[in-house]
Design a protein around this ligand. Structure first.
Ligand SMILES: [Cu+2]
Length: 127
């Protein structure tokens, strides 16, 4: 290799490296803007709620996916009385509940008969 071709090779290599490095960054920034992160939490309903205590952070976008496995009439409905949410849970058909933005605090959810309970705990955001 003569000097000229070594220099040309070096220039090409650094150009390619720069282009490759620039690409993923731009892609990541674009997807961040388009889709703010939503945290999906699966809750299995089988004679109770699993997990029975769900902890999220204030301002976090949360979606609960209830998957009911049992056939007991008890768990047919889930009710978030403080949030005015009441949903039917057909067995083996996931039901997604998009939660509104919640203030810090504790929100109970129960079956339609007030027998089975779970708790959604919204932690205050630390400054
Ligand atoms: Cu019940």
């Amino acid at each position: 290799m003569n000097t000229q071709s070594i220099i040309l090779h070096a220039v090409l290599t650094s150009t390619v490296t720069t282009l490759v490095a620039a690409l993923p960054e731009r892609t990541a920034a674009a997807s961040d803007e388009q889709a703010p992160a939503v945290r999906e939490i699966e809750v299995v309903v089988d004679g109770g709620y699993q997990p029975g205590r769900i902890s999220v952070t204030e301002g976090e976008r949360v979606r609960l996916k209830f998957v009911r496995r049992d056939h007991s009439p008890c768990t047919r409905e889930v009710v978030f009385s403080g949030l005015d949410i009441r949903r039917e849970l057909p067995t083996d058909q996931p039901v997604v509940i998009e939660l509104p933005s919640l203030a810090a605090g504790t929100y109970e959810f129960k079956c339609g008969m007030n027998m089975v309970r779970g708790v959604l705990e919204v932690q205050a955001r630390r400054p």
